[in-house]
Design a protein around this ligand. Structure first.
Ligand code: GUN
Length: 286
């Protein structure tokens, strides 16, 4: 039987509706509209699309959105000085610096400069530490979105073999930690992993976050597995597709997320949630 498709489009719409209602209550009570500042440096086309989508989501939520588009030639010092300004701007509750940054800018220095209370990406070491312990206010959008997708189907993670392919700070590492918090037995695979297909075939829940078009094929997937595709790749024809070979894997999996329309819209919904949380931290209502 073909897999059930978990629609990130539908789940994100209901998450955003919930956030919008909650934000309206918050704004009515405090007079504060949650504000998100997004900084983009350079002209990476994919990043430009993400930033546009974030801006649109803010508008839909009734949030204030501040876009800072900086040229590729921006120095690290200039970027750090903008972040310092936004850190002390009371109308800005969340700050997001779109990654990747140009090579001459040290990403860690930039992340470290963001006030942890405004760190809606949850990339700052302080927030990463909170996540590790399981006592956090912010979760990074993509792994948090994956957890929402699993929850939307009432999938119990307890005791399941969870295999995460990819070990990035943005997705793979926090994803593994969230699955562990929900009592999954977690394996993290990466480019140096030996016998990868053997490991992935043991997965009850398989999360693909590699960044390689169609990397996960049906022979790597157990019958009935839950397959979550975090990849966003372009085909030679310019179509957006994931890390999972959807057509073959969907014949074998019990659940699968599509690309586009799977994890992607969830990332933005969770960013909106973090922006509302940041505004609540500012207003001292949490
Ligand atoms: N680039 C790819 N994903 C993300 C994300 O979640 N946040 C930021 N800031 N940059 C990204």
């Amino acid at each position: 039987m073909p897999a059930k498709i978990i629609s990130g489009k539908d789940v994100s719409a209901s998450v955003k509706a919930r956030i919008k209602t909650e934000a309206e209550v918050f704004t009515a009570k405090t007079g504060i509209a949650p504000g998100l500042a997004v900084i983009i440096v350079g002209e990476d086309p994919a990043s430009q699309i993400y930033v546009r989508n974030k801006h649109k989501a803010c508008k839909d939520m009734g949030f204030a959105s501040f876009e800072h588009t900086l040229p590729e030639s921006t120095t690290e010092a200039e970027l750090l000085s903008l972040i310092a300004k936004l850190n002390s701007d009371d109308s800005v509750h969340g700050i997001l610096v779109q990654m990747p940054l140009p090579k001459h800018i040290n990403e860690n220095a930039v992340i470290n400069a963001i006030n942890p209370d405004k760190d809606v990406d949850a990339f700052h070491p302080e927030n990463v530490g909170h996540i590790m312990i399981g006592d956090y206010k912010f979760l990074p959008g993509t792994p948090a979105g994956v957890m929402e997708l699993l929850a939307s189907e009432n999938i119990d993670i307890t005791g399941k073999n969870c295999v995460v392919i990819g070990r990035s700070n943005i997705v793979g590492k926090p994803m593994s930690m969230l699955l562990l918090h929900k009592h999954g037995t977690v394996t993290i695979c990466h480019s140096r992993t030996k016998n990868l297909p053997e490991i992935t075939r043991g997965a009850d829940i398989l999360v693909a976050a590699i960044g390689k078009l169609g990397f996960v094929t049906a022979d790597m997937v157990k019958e009935g597995a839950i397959v979550i595709d975090v990849g966003i790749n372009r085909t030679a024809e310019g179509k957006v597709r994931g890390d999972v070979d959807f057509d073959s894997v969907s014949e074998k999996a019990s659940y699968i997320t599509p690309v586009p329309g799977g994890v992607g819209p969830m990332t933005i919904a969770m960013l909106m949630l973090n922006t509302l949380t940041a505004a609540k931290i500012f207003a001292k209502t949490i």
